[in-house]
Design a protein around this ligand. Structure first.
Ligand SMILES: [Zn+2]
Length: 243
């Protein structure tokens, strides 16, 4: 948040010094000039009394202020010399408004920092909730030792004789009574023998086409053969992935 107020420059009166030896640049009279000194104060919800000193010159002969652009070198020198002798005390004060603003800023930025820290810790400590696909991808592993019996959810990589290509099937149901399994094919192209083979198991659940679910025989499944229920050869099982 940080609210910036317009900064006011105040001139706090310090003292007036007579300048009897100086000539007025406006009326050319000597001995009628006096110089006043002011401490510059900055103010914007807070007050800061600075070390800076400003000056003004007044002529009692022509009754005018001598604008700073009309100062001659004698006046400049007088100002610099006299200024050196003046001691000013600096200070900083916050008004009620300034204090409120400072606290509001502390609370605001504190809240932002706490929120970011909380977010950071949350992501470190609390694991990201996994989607069904994430779990599927991460937990599917290649069965290095082939188990004869299929399980629901197994992904079976089959070399199909009809298309001479690799097709991944997900087993959706097993019927031990009729000795059949139901399986859905993976709709995307599987490049045969692409190493590493486990990469092929990182398939999304949604990429299996349930409309193309087909029934296969469990007969000779343990011999890695993929047959239709009639016993016609579909292809050979080349790998099995399991959760
Ligand atoms: Zn004058």
């Amino acid at each position: 948040m940080i609210v910036v107020n317009r900064v006011n420059k105040n001139h706090l009166f310090l003292q007036t010094v007579q300048a009897p030896d100086l000539i007025c640049p406006l009326c050319a009279n000597k001995g009628k000039l006096e110089m006043s000194f002011y401490q510059i104060q900055l103010e914007a919800g807070w007050e800061r009394n600075t070390r800076q000193i400003s000056g003004s010159v007044y002529c009692h002969q022509c009754n005018q202020d001598v604008p700073i652009v009309r100062w001659d070198s004698a006046l400049d020198t007088f100002f610099i010399t006299e200024k050196e002798t003046i001691m000013v005390s600096t200070s900083f004060k916050t008004g009620t408004k300034g204090k409120v603003l400072i606290w509001l800023n502390i609370v605001f930025f504190g809240a932002v920092i706490l929120f970011l820290a909380g977010l950071f810790i949350y992501h470190r400590v609390v694991p990201r909730p996994k989607t069904a696909d994430d779990r599927y991808k991460n937990e599917q592993v290649l069965l290095t030792r082939y188990t004869a019996g299929p399980q629901t959810g197994d992904i079976v990589k089959v070399y199909r004789f009809d298309s001479s290509s690799m097709v991944m099937y997900q087993i959706t149901a097993i019927d031990h009574g009729t000795k059949t399994i139901k399986a859905e094919p993976y709709t995307k192209t599987v490049i045969p023998d692409t190493p590493p083979i486990t990469k092929e198991a990182t398939l999304a659940l949604t990429d299996f086409d349930s409309s193309k679910e087909a029934i296969f025989s469990l007969h000779d499944y343990e011999n890695r053969m993929f047959n239709t229920p009639n016993g016609e050869r579909v292809g050979n099982i080349s790998a099995v992935f399991r959760k």
